[in-house]
Design a binder for this molecule. Sequence first.
Ligand code: ADP
Length: 506
Amino acid sequence: MNKTRFRLLVFFMSLSLLGIILVQLYWVNSSLKNNEDQFKYHIQQVLGRVAVQLEQREAEEFYKMYQKFADSTGRNPHRDDLIVMYKSRQTGADSRHIIYSDQVTRDFDDVIFDKDAVEAYVKRKAAKADQPKGKPEREPGDDERVFTFKMEGYIKDFREYNAPEKWLSTAALKDIISRELIQSGVNTSFEFAVFDDGIPTKINSGNLGYERQMNDHTVFENNDGYTRYRLFMSFPQKGEYLVSSILGITSLSIVFTLIIIIAYVSAINQLIKQKNISEIKTDFINNMTHEFKTPIATINLALDSIKNPKIFDDKARVQYYLQMIKEENKRMHSQVENVLQISKLDKKELDIIKEAADVNDILENAVEHVHLLVEARQGTLTTHFEAQRTTALLNDVHFTNVIVNILDNAIKYSPDVPVIDIHTENVKDFILIKIKDHGLGMTKPVQKRIFEKFYREHTGDRHDVKGHGLGLAYVKRIIDDHNCHIYVESERGKGSTFIIKMPLIN
Ligand code: ADP
């Protein structure tokens, strides 16, 4: 896949992921708004029904008075009789109602309703309050309408002398409201208050908080359009209630979105990793080919020389060229061997047998291997064997390779004269082997990756150093197999120290 295509793919995937998240947010927002509208609608309906019920109660209260008069006097009351009765119960505080009474139209002053008619009226009102919504209302007959109109006048009288506080308690209203709320499926705490001309009456839950666009509704509506009383409601936990209603589906959508994000990130990660690996592999193949080219060319030249009749007879020269061919062949062989060993280690085919051995011996052996290389570059290699206990369980061939590889790198990556120190010490039941150079050193991100297979640092000044990026990968695998640990401490330009921590045996 080429770079532009890859970038385009990532771009479009990120774009659509962002789109999905935005759509989800939009959806949550609009369903919250929807819910709020619905909530408001429900509450308005509840208030409407509460108002009807309150009027019904009022009618019942009126009927109680009517009946009381009828029972005590043995006749049905005249309108004025009732007003006199109300007035006699009036306290000073309510005197202003008397003024209103004068405004009542005098049309039906002389009307007397019989008890049964009044009772029937009250019952009808009750039926109206309980009537389920949507059912068509029964059309009353003409005379009934006149009767109802006149009755409303009587109730208006009652209303003006009997403020709701007199016959309606806060608890009773609360009861009505909560019953209606439950019926509408609204299940959250509420506060309410009845206002009389904008002033709160005693009928209130005590904590009616101010809310923007608070729900309210007129109660005890008068036919003349003037209505003193309003019922207000507020819902202190409205926000939580609305959120909780979409919480389930919202959290599901959050979970799924998170899964998509995680899957997306890991897919991109995987893609980048694969891309890196394929780059590293191409590098490796190029490197390998390059390194084989020289020995193959050398062998070719040597063979050509041997074929030359002049040289063919010169035994010493032939010997020299044969030696050259052998050396080159050995180099190629060791390179192939390296690659093979690493893949065997990967497949866990290598069964490494370990025996008790002296770490000092291994270190000395390894030093012996690289001794000539250091000398050739006029370098120094100093050992400080301070560890007293040095016996560990190890495979001497592989462990020697490990030390040689690290020493090899210390020489390879020292552009000036290599100065190498090998230091050992005991810490608890471990032996620490520190191999320090004063070479190129490496940055932290490089340090993290040097034990990866095929990893080589891509910097200009390192191109002249040959390698396949397999040495330390091999080291790491052998070290792991020996239950040891390897760390690197390094600073760019100052050198590196490789530390091996190895468990001792007695
Ligand atoms: P190779 O040496 O074949 O490239 P290694 O696995 O031995 O592969 O090392 C991996 C990389 O780690 C090297 O390419 C080099 O960048 C870095 N490295 C290893 N040892 C040292 C060191 N002593 N100083 C600086 N860099 C080092």
